[in-house]
Design a protein around this ligand. Sequence first.
Ligand code: ARG
Ligand code: ASP
Length: 721
Amino acid sequence: MIRKFVRLIVLFIILSSSLLRADEGMWIPILIKKFNIEIMQEKGFKLSAEDIYSVNQASMKDAVMIFGGGCTADLISDQGLIITNHHCGYRPIQSHSTVDHDYLTNGFWAMSQEEELINPGLTVTFLKWMKDVTGEVLKGIEDGMSEEEMSDIKQENIDGIKKEAIEETHFTAQVKPFYYGNQYFLFVNETYKDIRLVGAPPSAIGKFGGDTDNWMWPRHTGDFSLFRIYAGKDNEPAEYSPDNVPFKPKKFFPISLKGTKPGDFTMVLGYPGSTYEYVPSFHLQMLTRDIYPELIDVRTKKLEIMQNAMEKSTELRIQYSAKAAGVSNSWKRWKGEIRGLDKLDAVIKKQEYEKRFMEWTGASSERNRKYGKLLERYEEVYDEIAPVRLGQSYLREVFFYNGVENISLASGFTKLVSMVGNDASPEEIDEVLESLRKRAASFFKDYDPATGDALAVAMLSMFDENVPEEYYPEEFRKIMEKYNRNYQTWIKKVRKKSLFMDEETLLSFLNSFKTSGVKKIKKDPIYMLVQSAGETYGKIHSEYGKLNQDLESLHRVYMKAQMEFEPDKLFYPDANFSLRVSYGEVLGYDPRDAVFYKHYTTLEGVIEKDNPEIYDYDVPDKLKELYLKKDYGRYSQDGKIPICFLATNHTTGGNSGSPVIDAEGNLIGLNFDRAWEGVMSDLMFNAGQCRNISLDIRYALFIIDKFAGAGYLLDEMTLVE
Ligand code: ARG
Ligand code: ASP
């Protein structure tokens, strides 16, 4: 009897601790108070919901922002200093890099504010406030309306809501659907436009381990870079001007030097891009069976060609490193997702869930009427959409994303052609010519003809082999026929004939441009291919769009149905690139049989991986010296420099650069990745295997202070010991 009781107690403890550990979810800031704060406090969080989001007082949301197009960044001083990942700052860092000033390889450190570098086009965006506007958006929607009718009404309502929200301000507004349109939130944002580069470690630190270690643990990447927000004298957003001054924020994060241990509370605040947690089994089947394997093959080929080139010279390495990193990133994640879903039996789990769902549906005639046909209909739409999605993705891979490279250059000339056709004024044309010259310069800076040709030939050949003819652009078909599928011959010919293959030819054309030159553009083989590929892409895209709309409306109904099916479950909405809060704890994991992964890595691991022969593992001498001298300052833990740590926060793409906050609200890390065994978390979360990887903030401080000698930056931070 007693034994039974003890067993029960043990079972209860295991169950309740695993419940506490189920840290799945990306929560809505204004609903934390209602749904999450108690659990968070139970897990150790010492602050209140208002400390995270408030409109009346400075709160953490005022220190977190969208960085560029798809990352998160965090304020760490009262002078507009922000920290994000090295891979988020990669493009700006790369754009300032040349063979003579190779900031990618050597790092860059402004030793005073005057030395900070300007980045045209780079912005950061803050959330000012948000609001549930579901009622307003759905006003006028009635049962029995068609999807089109509903969508028109919603759009009109949304336009009105946005307009009213930002009247007479310089803010921007967005209304985003949540739970697939079962709920809507308004976001009012403010964008700053003068963002300067302050510091970046060498790639041998910021990208240490490169694509080999990407998505993996144990990890030793010092993935951070520093920027500064500048504002007009009134502290409001302004275009770049030498008169701008460092932005004075309402709130910035104090930085903790205290370190982490397993079980410590962690919170990640940031902009997760997209997840698909509530879609049916067909969706997973489509991705893992029809889409990912094909795209993996295309990218394997691209990477082979780029890596081959990058090993040849420093110049080639600079030219292709950002492209290869981009291509490699999803390529590797797709492989991980397939593996992770497979190990989880995710499709079977979803099918079992669907079976239970159908039984529940079938048990009531009302539900049967509303939801009885859902899954059947899903199956039909997925059957239809899968090949279209593949065609669309393939077209993009080959023609518009590091495939036939010169296409992206030529596509910029469409505007010139149409302006001449529309009798634009000479001044307007000059302006476009100038921007095309700039575009050409930046394109050719990162372009190698031999590599470009190899990519073009390989991509067109794969397109020919693997894509059904109905998705062929007309021009591609002509090339295929005329050159009898020999794309090598084609590219040789094009190299002689086209304007877009070398810089000199193109610049001399632009410099002596007369409107009659438009004829030459229109007859250019690369230009013709772009136009045609663009047209085909447009067609497929709209076909895809229609089918996707069908899916979206099914998702909307299915989501609602799932919430009725499990009324006691707290559903978090799928990620949609709006500010979210995820909470968890510092924790290692068992990746496979007999192996346990500790929750943190140290500088010893960097030294273990050191290999001057391999670019990704070539540890800088200066770092080795610091290691040998144990010159660690205040940044060590147990005599070692911490590098990265693992936690259970639910994150996804877009969360890169997100602050990792401790129980007291201090910054302890910078989120930048997830561990390989758990990357399927975008589709199905597994509490035992899903871990986010963060940079230990002390490593960033150590690098800034001891490695770069830019310790002056620490003076503007608030360090908590
Ligand atoms: N996997 C991380 C994320 O998805 C880091 C990517 C950048 N690093 C790289 N080696 N490509 O963004
Ligand atoms: N590395 C990703 C990012 O850039 C984060 C992730 O997918 O976990 O946002």
